[in-house]
Design a protein around this ligand. Structure first.
Ligand code: O2Y
Ligand code: MN
Length: 619
């Protein structure tokens, strides 16, 4: 479609400015139709960038370059007017300087390519919580993924009208083609030092250059729905969070909605799609990665999933860890950096079965399959960050109300990380501010596998609210915003309507107990429903807890252990008690290494919680 037909003057003016700067060969306005999707996919197949999968209906495999396989945090910038506004946990470059640098890169960057205009909506169309964006990109892969991950195309214009608010998102792979040059089946991107993933928070503007991959390029996801949305949420009094949203139904048919923030590699998508092991309980999915929460008229926080698809990590996804994710990705799915099997299917490490026959690995090299389903580190058949992009509506456990424009009322918020010691299976915050404190100390223990620096092993890598790489402003101010949400509820006499806050830890370890698979003291996966059931009852004020120095914890017998293996029944008392010594070390680490980073931006409410915790532990 001709973009000159766009009736929104501000959008049209911005597009014209970008066309002038990027100098594409042609400009195409996306309508979001199936025909358009099929045509662009064929273009990718013909160009040697995508392979159709014989074993999966309407599904395709892409291979990126080894230099473009994940989000690049070191090249991600919060370009606020001052470094203080970006805060101590973000990379910052002055916006005037960065704009000049990036304009230099953007100049002529789309030679030989088409500029695609993608109008998109984050959230159910017409929802009062939803927001709109326009992404300009020279990548067909981005258009195809945005089609799955967002509500994109013609349908958006009726909501944008002639002057509706939008977030401008400019993206280029940073690989202009000269004089008939072609990609020749090679994933286009720029060298790492020329990659820039930039958010300009004051202007609510996103500029991304040099990467075609995932969160760097699908700008509706991390850049908009978290970094920019967190700034909008701060200014408008709501929450844009790196959280899953699940629906929990008890055997009586009563329903509660729960959100949860977990750092990467903690099984967030698995939890969002969990199949309970306790009879009569049901988990359904609303979202697996991002939640936007706003106060409803009744004083409760209502959440929507701003996305329409899953951009899930493939390795480790199996029928045992997440059958629902596998089914979601059975058709109409884009795979990136997975291995290709002889019979035209995808394969990855941890898929749950050894590959049959020879494979083509994620770098495009033919290789004989391993006899087992694991490869030595560095020799993986699928890249460890290989992905599937699947429509959320294909998930067998998607909740019928997942697109309810008014959102779902949240009863509980979970925080968690990988903590092999100290942090118990579950504990509940005493009140809202204590919950904010728990969110602020989220982190995972650094293991030999997760670092190249041996000196770091055993330390806690803090990832407050699991939003560290995605917060668009000063993290200390972000904590203060969470405190202010509690204050608003209190001022409105609705503090009792706020969600209850919990800290969970599925990852306690006892390496000396040979009975425990992997040394883990808790089975995780579907058995996490036992903890969710306790949380459900906590939200109803059931008398199932004891008051401890760290918060409310399960009473003896309050966690359902029916059908649990005997060795887990034996470890349960250990992981549901307070490790006073461990917590005192935790307090010291927070006081000395974590909270000082935020200086005067750290809210007093949180340092008070830390003092209070120390005092209770020392009694
Ligand atoms: O590496 C990427 O580009 C994707 S990162 C990602 C994708 C889906 C959901 N969450 C994440 C994340 O890093 O939190
Ligand atoms: Mn995420």
């Amino acid at each position: 479609m001709d973009y000159k037909t766009i009736k929104h003057a501000k959008i049209l003016a911005w597009i014209e400015e970008c066309v002038k700067m990027c100098e594409p060969d042609s400009v195409y306005l996306c309508d979001g139709s199936t025909k358009e999707y099929d045509t662009l996919m064929k273009k990718c197949v013909d160009a040697g960038l995508a392979t159709p999968l014989k074993k999966k209906e309407n599904s395709f495999l892409f291979r990126s370059l080894p230099s473009d396989v994940a989000r690049v945090e070191a090249r991600t910038f919060i370009s606020a007017k001052t470094e203080e506004a970006a805060g101590p946990t973000n990379h910052w470059i002055d916006p005037v300087e960065l704009k000049a640098t990036m304009k230099g890169l953007y100049k002529g960057c789309m030679h030989g390519r088409t500029m695609y205009i993608i109008p998109f909506c984050m959230g159910p169309l017409g929802s009062p919580i939803a927001k709109y964006g326009i992404e300009l990109t020279d990548s067909e892969y981005v258009v195809l993924n945005m089609d799955i991950m967002t509500r994109a195309g013609e349908k958006v214009w009726q909501y944008l009208g002639t002057d509706g608010e939008f977030v401008p998102c400019l993206h280029s792979v940073g690989k202009p083609l000269n004089n008939g040059e072609k990609d020749n089946g090679i994933w286009p991107c720029a060298d790492v030092e020329h990659k820039y993933i930039t958010q300009f928070p004051e202007e609510r503007l996103i500029w991304s250059y040099g990467s075609g991959y995932g969160g760097n390029a699908l700008l509706g996801k991390k850049c908009f729905a978290l970094r920019i949305a967190s700034v909008i949420a701060r200014d408008e009094g709501w929450l844009a969070e790196h959280m899953l949203i699940l629906k929990l139904t008890n055997p009586k048919g009563e329903v509660k909605y729960v959100t949860g923030a977990f750092p990467s590699a903690c099984g967030k998508t698995n939890l969002a799609m969990l199949i309970p092991t306790i009879p009569g309980w049901k988990v359904e999915t609303i979202g697996d990665d991002i939640a936007w929460m706003k106060f409803g008229d009744d004083g409760r926080l209502y959440a929507i999933n701003p996305e329409a698809g899953f951009f899930g990590v493939a390795p480790g996804t199996s029928a045992e860890s997440n059958k629902n994710a596998l089914i979601s990705a059975e058709k109409n799915t884009i795979y990136t950096n997975c291995a290709l099997t002889e019979d035209g299917d995808v394969w990855w490490e941890g898929i749950g079965y050894p590959a049959k026959g020879n494979l083509v690995d994620w770098k495009g090299q033919p290789r004989p399959a391993f006899p087992k389903d694991k490869a030595p580190k560095g020799e993986e058949m699928a890249h460890p960050n290989a992905r599937f992009t699947a429509p959320a509506k294909q998930c067998p456990c998607i909740a019928p109300e997942w697109e309810d424009p008014k959102g779902v009322p949240i009863s509980a918020i979970l925080f968690g990380g990988r903590r092999p010691s100290t942090v118990p299976l579950v504990h509940q915050a005493r009140n809202w501010n204590h919950g904010v404190f728990l969110g602020s100390i989220v982190g995972s223990e650094i293991t030999a596998a997760s670092t190249i620096n041996a000196a770091e092993v055993g330390k806690i890598r803090r990832d407050p609210f699991a939003i560290l790489p995605f917060c668009g402003y000063n993290m200390g101010d972000y904590f203060a915003h969470w405190v202010s949400i509690g204050k608003t509820a209190e001022k409105n006499g609705k503090a009792d309507k706020l969600p209850k806050i919990f800290y969970v830890n599925w990852f306690r370890k006892d390496e000396n107990n040979a009975d425990l698979p992997g040394g883990f003291m808790w089975p995780g996966y579907g058995d996490n429903s036992r903890v969710l059931a306790w949380i459900f009852d906590r939200c109803d004020g059931v008398d199932n807890c004891v008051d401890t120095p760290i918060g409310f914890m399960p009473k003896e017998g309050a966690i359902n252990t029916d059908g649990l293996a005997d060795y887990y029944k034996k470890t349960l008392p250990e992981i549901t008690k307070v490790d006073k010594e461990g917590w005192l070390k935790e307090v010291k680490d927070i006081r000395e290494n974590h909270y000082p980073k935020f200086g005067k931006h750290l809210p007093k409410e949180l340092s008070d919680c830390l003092d209070d915790l120390e005092a209770r532990l020392s009694k």
